[in-house]
Design a protein around this ligand. Sequence first.
Ligand SMILES: Cc1cc2nc3c(=O)[nH]c(=O)nc-3n(C[C@H](O)[C@H](O)[C@H](O)COP(=O)(O)OP(=O)(O)OC[C@H]3O[C@@H](n4cnc5c(N)ncnc54)[C@H](O)[C@@H]3O)c2cc1C
Length: 187
Amino acid sequence: MYDVVIIGAGPAGSSAAIFTSKAGKKTLVIDSDQSVTRRAWLDNHYGAPGISGPDLVETGKRQAIKFGAEYVQAKATKVVAGEGSLTVETENGSYEAGHVIVATGMFADFAEASGIRTKPGTEPRIKTIVDATSEGRTSLANVWAAGTIAGVSMHTIITAGDGAKVAINLISELNGTRYVDHDVLKS
Ligand SMILES: Cc1cc2nc3c(=O)[nH]c(=O)nc-3n(C[C@H](O)[C@H](O)[C@H](O)COP(=O)(O)OP(=O)(O)OC[C@H]3O[C@@H](n4cnc5c(N)ncnc54)[C@H](O)[C@@H]3O)c2cc1C
């Protein structure tokens, strides 16, 4: 069983995966390769002057894999709560998880099929979002939401930041104490 299964490998999903895998949480990312970020050119992503969306997405994936995150390319269809765990169903197989992070961008069908409470979007061109708390919790226990699908502004620095925020809240819950992930520059 995975500690965390993340649906979506855009800035929100992979940013979350970097934190959860680096915190030693067994992490799986399921992605259907439909990220709109792949069509972006980014001149406003703090710290990364002039980078293509595909390069940002691939770099984020490599960072998470470096810390042990696993990636599978598949379409996740829904999450079902069971005795003490969650089952994420995909078009080709299912996965057990303690927690799930929904980071599906503009796509709300996974959340709707899972019976997760949604509401109309408030950002331009975003029809439906998950009704998530400021921490990232959804109406389904142990299921969280991050990025565009959680209603934040649709910009990579913000969706990546939201993925990190939600991951730190989840890790803190698993560890039972507030989590901090700081590395020190070796002198
Ligand atoms: C043309 C264009 C230009 C842009 N330019 C900029 C810019 O200059 N600066 C900027 O900051 N932002 C820009 N953006 C916005 C930015 O790219 C992203 O929209 C934003 O960062 C979204 O991140 P996300 O992780 O929430 O979603 P996404 O990056 O869309 O990732 C969601 C992922 O979830 C996966 N997924 C969805 N449903 C499922 C499912 N059921 N099963 C498995 N996987 C699933 C998708 O395949 C996708 O990979 C631009 C967007 C577009 C379209």
